[in-house]
Design a protein around this ligand. Structure first.
Ligand code: DX5
Ligand code: ZN
Length: 221
């Protein structure tokens, strides 16, 4: 298993030429496509749905697509994303009436499953479902928008989750999302993360390869 995964958030990509931009960031060395789904209900913004995921697959994108659902209700959109080619589907537990059922639904659809924790969401949702998780995603900003600053208290939360994953013995990725940059990625990795979502830090730069290479060299330190 690759030790660290870099997952550009296409929220900050150029939507007018999305296929080309996603190809460019993968050619630049990104591992996974992070796909932010916002419904203007659970979060105050509106983005993209399963049709766009299908379009990326039809365009020839073969990398894993990591679908981050910021929607409520959660369940009815899951089969559509599985059919659209999602590889990983994560959701916010407080947006689901039945967290265990939603996790099972994702797995039965053939995708990897994960829970997402907002900065102030309690980790108690992990208590009875560790065996069903492939990913735990900690938000290091409040969800809804790209380009926000990393919330420092996430580092302590990351350390707590890293301990829980290691103690569980399960193979679970620890993903962090929001405000990840070249200058803080090493500190975030040291706190236990092994999958890094970065939107504005990558897509604001003219050369994606330079910034991804810089992130990898920070991670190698
Ligand atoms: C925020 C999204 C993030 C966002 C990250 O709700 O989940 O994936 O795009 O953007 P940056 O890296 O710019 O903070
Ligand atoms: Zn996200």
């Amino acid at each position: 298993m690759q030790p660290y995964l870099i997952a550009p958030s296409i929220l900050s990509a150029d939507f007018a030429r999305l296929g080309d931009d996603v190809k460019a960031v993968l050619d630049a060395g990104a591992d996974v496509v992070h796909f932010d789904v916002m419904d203007n209900h659970y979060v105050p913004n509106l983005t993209i749905g399963p049709m766009v995921c299908t379009a990326l697959r039809n365009y020839g994108i073969t990398a894993d697509i990591d679908v981050h659902l910021m929607v409520k209700p959660v369940d009815r959109i899951i089969p559509d994303f599985a059919k659209a080619g999602a590889s990983i589907i994560t959701f916010h537990p407080e947006a689901s009436e039945h967290v265990d059922r939603t996790l099972q639904l994702i797995k039965e659809s053939g995708c990897k499953a994960g829970l997402v924790f907002n900065p102030a969401t309690s980790l108690h949702y992990l208590d009875h479902v560790m065996d069903k998780l492939d990913v735990i995603l900690l938000m290091s900003v409040n969800p809804g928008f790209g380009g926000q600053s990393f919330i420092a208290s996430t580092l302590d939360k990351l350390r707590q989750v890293r301990e829980r994953i290691d103690a569980s013995g399960y193979d679970i990725r620890l993903e962090v999302d929001g405000g990840v940059k070249v200058d803080n990625i090493a500190e975030i990795a040291a706190a236990g993360a092994d999958m890094f979502v970065a939107g504005s830090a990558i897509f604001s730069q003219p050369d994606y390869k330079t910034v991804i290479d810089e992130m990898r060299s920070e991670l190698a330190k």
